[in-house]
Write a protein that binds this ligand. Structure first.
Ligand code: G3H
Ligand code: 13P
Ligand code: ZN
Length: 330
């Protein structure tokens, strides 16, 4: 058993309380390699932001759990070396079983998500409760989920059944003991969050997706005052990255994300953790494609992974400063 405390990591309890009270959200950036980790730490140290290093089960398989643990410990020491000791959480993203959550806790994770959102309600409660009991015995915090994030095939403007039902939240939080709750209010995973026919065009001809369901968020906040809420699927899909990728040979079609002003509004509420993965993938891919196209003779990975890392850092600094409001909070 490796305790996250020995690695210099923190759980999410105190940083969530501060974020809810302060009206900002902590960035949860997914990572699975060194350049991503460097970009996250550099961006969050320079902006003085707490950060959640987030690892999916796929990322854990890709990178190896032992290496990830040492990378997270390295992230803590790297931040200190860069001159500032920011709070760093190592979080399991979308854990799907008790065994996976337990294994991550035993390997130094300070926070886990148990995602029972696709299960029948009572099964979700029972599984989440089991994880909470084990996690809390080790002072590890737990994120649960209620409601299913819409996929691009769903008509989010009409598919109300996938949104979180505010009638469930008090019962779920009370019976499971979770520390935070992921909800579904119109976000979804990936770079294709809406179909163009679900959007309207503004005066500049830019596609504007249907707004998030702030009415549901407000009702959840009313039922659970001050309780930490989490938004998944919160990438904005910057169109300049999509254009660069497509200009240099990519084939992204109808890539549409959540407008930043919607996320800014969410961050000011009790939403205290905002998950961003796809935007980072787009930033790296755009930078790598640009190098490949402009310097076809280049074959040193540092010459394309370096620019990808720099672009990622720029993106993450922008998120902390201008979208989540987490900059300057430590
Ligand atoms: O929510 C999912 C995250 O973007 C992680 O994706 O399972 O491809 O690592 P992944
Ligand atoms: P995006 O695909 O919108 O970046 O969402 C990431 C996420 O929710 C990870 O859990
Ligand atoms: Zn997610």
């Amino acid at each position: 058993m490796i305790s996250y405390k020995d690695l210099g990591l923190v759980n999410s309890r105190e940083i969530f309380a501060a974020a809810v009270a302060g009206g900002y959200a902590i960035p949860a950036f997914n990572f699975n390699n060194m350049e991503q980790m460097q970009a996250i730490v550099q961006a969050c140290v320079e902006t003085r932001s707490p950060v959640i290093l987030q690892v999916s089960s796929g990322a854990r398989k890709y990178a190896n759990q032992t290496l990830l643990r040492f990378m997270a410990q390295g992230a803590v020491e790297y931040a200190r070396e860069l001159g500032y000791d920011i709070p760093i959480v190592l979080h399991l993203d979308h854990g799907d079983s008790f065994e996976l959550c337990r294994s991550c806790i035993e390997m130094g994770f300070s926070s886990v998500m148990i995602d029972g959102s696709h299960l029948p309600y009572e099964d979700n409660v029972a599984l989440t409760r089991l994880v909470v009991e084990y996690a809390h015995a080790h002072d590890v915090t737990v994120e649960g989920e209620l409601g299913v994030l819409a996929g691009v095939e769903d008509d989010v403007a009409h598919e109300h059944s996938t949104y979180t039902d505010p009638n469930d939240v008090v019962d779920f939080v009370t019976r499971t003991g979770v520390d935070s709750l992921a909800i579904s209010i119109g976000t979804s995973h990936g770079a294709n969050k809406f179909r163009p026919d679900q959007c309207t065009r503004n005066a500049d001809g830019v596609l504007v997706p249907p707004p998030l369901r702030f009415d549901i968020l407000e009702e959840i906040e009313r039922r659970l005052p001050g309780f930490p809420i989490v938004l998944h699927g919160a990438s904005s899909v910057p169109q300049e990255y999509v254009e660069t990728i497509n200009k240099y040979g990519g084939g992204l079609k109808d890539a549409i994300g959540i407008p930043e002003d919607q996320l800014r509004r969410a961050a000011r509420s009790s939403v205290c953790k905002i998950n961003i993965d796809s935007d980072g993938r787009l930033a790296m891919t755009a930078a790598v494609r640009e190098v490949f196209a402009s310097k076809p003779a280049e074959f040193d990975p540092r010459k394309y992974l370096g620019p990808a890392r720099d672009e990622l850092k720029k993106l993450y600094m922008h998120k902390c400063v201008s979208v989540l409001g987490s900059a300057g909070r430590v």
